[in-house]
Design a protein around this ligand. Sequence first.
Ligand code: SR1
Ligand code: MG
Length: 428
Amino acid sequence: MKETAFQALTVETLAERLAPISAVAEHVGGAQENWKVREVGDGNLNLVFIVEGARGTVVVKQALPYVRLVGDSWPLPLKRSFFEYHALTRQEKRAPGRVPAVLYFDEAQALIVMEYLSPHIILRQALIKGQELRQVAEDLGLFMARTLFRGSDLHMEARERKADLALFADNTELCDITENLVFTDPYFEAPMNRHTPELDALVAELRADRDLKVEAQRMKHLFASKAETLVHGDLHTGSVMVTKEDTRVIDPEFAFYGPISFDVGMLLANYWMAFFSQRGYEAGGSRDAMRAYLLEVIEETWAVFRAEFARLWHTERSGMLYHRSLYEDQGDYLGAEQALNHILRDIWTEMLGFAGVEIHRRILGLAHNADFETIEDTELRASCEAAALKFGRHLAVNRHALQSLREINHLAQALDNGFVSVRKEAEE
Ligand code: SR1
Ligand code: MG
């Protein structure tokens, strides 16, 4: 591209601006005049275009200097595109085949040209439609174990990891979004918050809940200080594209060095929200099978994550932590197991806390999710959300006492079965 100063792309200007880039022109093919360009971005932050030509199709993602969801009253630096690009390249190395291929990156224009994934759809949309995808639990369990283990001091060479930590430490504005929107704003009347009106009484109760607010701040403390590994940073079901056979993780612009447990907690929280939202979609038939599927996916994802993390612990523990000279090389295999169990236990309790607050922020904060939002009957929506809010509170506050996903999923089912109108509850 000729310009160096940032200029937002439009459907009208995109072909002319990207045609001189050979990596793009060769992939799309044919005359630029014949390229079909459409803007498809429905996320909170960026522009996303699909460009179709005679030979192929690409996705062009461009950051804007502000938060798209709110407008230019909330400026946001373009450098998030830089972090997204560098996260994608690391994730591709650590978990090959699970992220879209990057064809071109322009830092000044904050744009990334990527492989067009087709016939993939967004996982969240698939779950709302009631589609059961059999591959996704294994794919995402492996993706998380591989990216999170291989980006940590359990695996990386210390100097390289510290350099990487320094690079991503500059992603401050996106961390700041999470620090406020996930951990703090839901628990007081922050100006941009909103919730379904029928939830008023329950929201007041949660905002007066001392134990919950202390746990939410303990989770924020961990998020901000436990720089263990390069996390995706926004791994919800809207950041995953799927077919029956394939799973790709997109949008790692929130990447930074944080707790291993953060991505795991975010993802499972979004499955649990999908679970609690199913009652909103039963006009077309029972969603019992979908609910059972979602709870299975949660258990399988965690089981795969745990098993792969343990496998990598035994085969790729080459970093400066828990050096083999202290354990296996002395024949102390039990010592290595003991250390691994401590790490997995910490990931477990932290993951539950992150899941609890993620559920709360999607119902009480600024950025809601389509699972609940597209339930039009607000009384029905509020009932689904109320069960999820109570569940999230239980995870966050009681996480140290919770032993298994079987136990937790039984509680989710009990809350879901005790489906009562929150309006009626409030009136009683
Ligand atoms: C203002 S950005 C709101 C949310 O959108 C992103 O996808 C992140 O989840 C962020 O918290
Ligand atoms: Mg995103």
